[in-house]
Design a protein around this ligand. Sequence first.
Ligand SMILES: Cc1cc2nc3c(=O)[nH]c(=O)nc-3n(C[C@H](O)[C@H](O)[C@H](O)COP(=O)(O)OP(=O)(O)OC[C@H]3O[C@@H](n4cnc5c(N)ncnc54)[C@H](O)[C@@H]3O)c2cc1C
Length: 493
Amino acid sequence: MSKFTRRDFLRTAGVAGAALAVPGAMRGAMFGATEQSSAGGAAQARGARKRVIVVGAGLAGLVAARELVKNGHEVTILEAQLRPGGRVLTLRSEFSDGLYAEAGAARILSTHDLTIRYARELNLKLVPFYPSSGQFVFQVAGQNVAGPLGGPSQWPVALTAEERRLGRGGMWKRYVFDVAKELGNPAEAGWSPSKFAEYDKVTFVQFLRQRGASAGAIRVMLLGSDFDGASALRILSDIAVNGDVTGEFKIDGGNDRLPRALAAPLSSRIRYGAALESVEQDRRGVRARFLQGNLTHTVEGDRLICTIPFPVLRRVEFTPQLPDEKFYAIQNTYYLSATRVIFQERRRYFAARGRNGFALADWPVEVWQPSFDQPGERALLSGYMTGEMARRVAGLPEDRRLQSVLNEMETLLPGARENFEGGYSKTWDDDFWARGAAQWFRPGQMTDYWAHMATPAGRVHFGGEHTSPWPGWMQGAIHSGLRTAREVEEAGT
Ligand SMILES: Cc1cc2nc3c(=O)[nH]c(=O)nc-3n(C[C@H](O)[C@H](O)[C@H](O)COP(=O)(O)OP(=O)(O)OC[C@H]3O[C@@H](n4cnc5c(N)ncnc54)[C@H](O)[C@@H]3O)c2cc1C
């Protein structure tokens, strides 16, 4: 049996839905990003002062605005909601005793240099995402096995002799990482998915079968998520771009402290409750029409940066119409379904049995105990579902959602029902301003749309995680914010 280390686990822990934690081993992948991003970070006024409209106060919009303001441009931010952060959403008021949990972005990978850089710049402390003590629970085919972060040494499913010897980390390496290495660095200029089109013809699960993984191996490898029909190329490029991950972190006090810290100095430039409805551009400039309350307003600028997720952008009208390729990418790009159900438990009852409140199961679900490093007796248990399971749970009324997941949680961490005090669920498909968790190409989509996600259309520039080499990650949103700021900087008025 090969040794299954903590580091192996970090590479192979189930899917975080929007955020895959199955990276490959190409540390060099990050250097391109750092070089590209530093250009946007420098506070040097290069072009003439421009009036820039930024749509969306998520990380992409906030970072773009921050860089442009630093460079002396006149920036107006339109944000439909009353808070910054978009899909970075920390839940606080829902729980007692000051406990908090993430409804959206949760993990920061050690290779996410941009996220880490901004957190440091804003004096935010990064702390480990996983506890270093207690046992993790792994549920496969209805059977629980407890073990360290890296997983147990024996799995209760049929595996080939080689798979048994390889263990979970070894299976990921053998069937996936070795192929991901062939892809090179998707963040490098000129990288194109067309060279790897064969991997875009199949789902990730079909790819695993083609690679020779047994049914049992696929079950063990996919603990936590069904990958929601993702194209194999989407997953392989994610692994390639994330590089050699050696740890996972979160922001002490909640991840929303990052967008809030970015938004604070921009406050007077943000128009909250302002929902973009249409964009019109011509030789002279660009006009954004937005609804605030029941009043329609128009703001004019030289350039517009649009960071809103594509499913939401489908509701926005463009005059003249966007180029066909862009239009089809916006219309068709698939977004991952994700639902998070978070329970408040009276006590950290599972600790008595040596469990730390983290688990992976093949229903599929990933369970975290975000309270493990927060003070007090009470616990928060967060169940993270993606794909079909997320949609099934989302289809239930709130009280039934909680009950049905609680019943399943009981099988993983017995005592959940008895200690249950209440809970909260967040389903991203139903979020009017996101309509899904993150860009998630289905087979064929990556080769069709990759080249058109980020391309500007006249005076309109497109940012957001979905336009970056790190889709589904805060790193991608930030990278796109820097890129769009640079595009605007370099464009004419
Ligand atoms: C369930 C889940 C899990 C995740 N896990 C992780 C993780 O572990 N690690 C990680 O790094 N990332 C994770 N992510 C991804 C991360 O949250 C995103 O990549 C990132 O926050 C996206 O930022 P953005 O600025 O591109 O988009 P958004 O955050 O969506 O920002 C867009 C903004 O535009 C606004 N908007 C929308 N429509 C309009 C309109 N018409 N007019 C005006 N404003 C509008 C929205 O309100 C929003 O504020 C996760 C996301 C989800 C949902």
